[in-house]
Design a protein around this ligand. Structure first.
Ligand SMILES: [Zn+2]
Length: 234
């Protein structure tokens, strides 16, 4: 019975390149969670949108084209726009009885103030766990400038000795590509500043409002970081 399944939401928060994608997919598999990637929802919306399409939130219009441009510039999309899309998607997943692994959501205080109470209403505040993946700015820049994803499923490919010469995804055989624009050094710097100024404040908000926040060292091997995260959740 769906009702008997213990509810759980894990939210991975961290700067670009902190491993939210890689660790998120592993955690989702290990814990049986739906892997919820905010950037995938946004990119999907950008891809399918017509030129004059907009989303209306609280009688304010957000044009998809404008949001896409912010995204390409490394600026976080308008919080009400993101918050609306995320809540719509979460609503549907909750109805299906899914537990969630949120990768990169919430990413602004505005989103946190809307999404956290929304999640608490559906899953119970005590079942929401926030994990902050902490890595240095230097490591962020290194990882992002070498990052690739697969063209078909967006599988994140870590940069290391074993993977640096790979050209195809090991899971589905599609080409490995760089994320256009997003992972350019200049854009990464903007994204880092955005993270520090706009995303970091949500950790304080979450703590002050009684959500469990664990800080995990995100540097080191994937396996090591994964182990730390699992430990922090128990
Ligand atoms: Zn793939």
């Amino acid at each position: 019975m769906v009702e008997n399944k213990p509810k759980l939401v894990v939210a991975l928060i961290g700067p670009p390149g902190s491993g939210k994608g890689t660790q998120g997919m592993l955690l989702a598999e290990k814990l049986g969670l739906y892997y919820f990637e905010t950037s995938k929802i946004l990119e999907g919306k950008f891809k399918e949108a017509t030129d004059d399409e907009f989303v209306e939130v609280n009688s304010q219009k957000f044009f998809i084209k404008d949001e896409h441009q912010l995204w390409l510039d490394g600026i976080l999309c308008s919080p009400p726009f993101v918050s609306y899309l995320v809540q719509e998607k979460i609503k549907g997943l909750h109805q299906k009885g899914e537990n969630l692994l949120l990768s990169g959501s919430p990413r602004t205080l505005h989103e946190a103030q809307e999404i956290m109470p929304f999640l608490a209403g559906l899953y119970g505040a005590g079942n929401i766990k926030i994990v902050f993946l902490d890595i240095s700015a230097q490591e962020t820049i290194f990882r992002n400038s070498n990052r690739r994803i697969c063209d078909l499923m967006r599988h994140p490919i870590l940069y290391n000795e074993e993977t640096k010469d790979l050209t195809k995804c090991a899971f589905d055989g599609s080409d490995l590509v760089k994320r256009k624009g997003l992972d350019d050094p200049e854009t990464i710097k903007i994204r880092l500043t955005q993270f520090e100024e706009r995303t970091m404040p949500i950790l304080k908000y979450c703590e002050e409002n009684g959500y469990k926040v664990s800080k995990v060292n995100g540097e080191g091997s994937v396996a090591k970081v994964f182990e730390r995260i699992i430990k922090s959740l128990s």
